[in-house]
Ligand binder design. Structure first.
Ligand SMILES: [Zn+2]
Length: 122
């Protein structure tokens, strides 16, 4: 069982993370223009990187918000898959996680299986 102090610490960390992601999104969308061909290629790569980065950070923002809701609901730190307690060490590293390490690995595997199915279908 987590103490109130620990829980408040995670809440602060998550709120900071949400603010950090929120402010980072706008910077990521700045697209520079250049007349130089090499620069243009580089910018296109940067843009691709920024877009995929943006996709990742918006997913992450969703996870952070969900984690904050879970603090409110009193389910923070409990695995959404198997209801085991997520270790403090894992929460300190990824406070927005909803899963223990075992369920996370299963979810990651299912996700990559889904992706390859889509690729085969396409
Ligand atoms: Zn689990």
């Amino acid at each position: 069982m987590m103490t109130k102090i620990e829980l408040n610490g995670f809440r602060r960390a998550l709120e900071n993370k949400a603010a950090e992601i929120g402010s980072g999104n706008r910077e990521g969308l700045v697209i520079e223009t250049s007349s130089d061909e090499l620069d243009r290629v580089q910018n296109a790569n940067d843009r691709d990187y920024a877009m995929s980065n943006l996709e990742r950070t918006s997913n992450r923002l969703g996870e952070v918000r969900t984690a904050l809701q879970r603090i409110g609901l009193g389910t923070f730190g409990i695995c959404a898959g198997c209801e085991a307690s997520i270790t403090l060490k894992r929460l300190a590293a990824v406070p927005w996680t909803s899963y223990c390490i075992v369920c996370q690995e299963i979810a990651d595997r299912e996700q990559s299986a889904d992706r390859s199915e889509i690729e085969v279908a396409a």
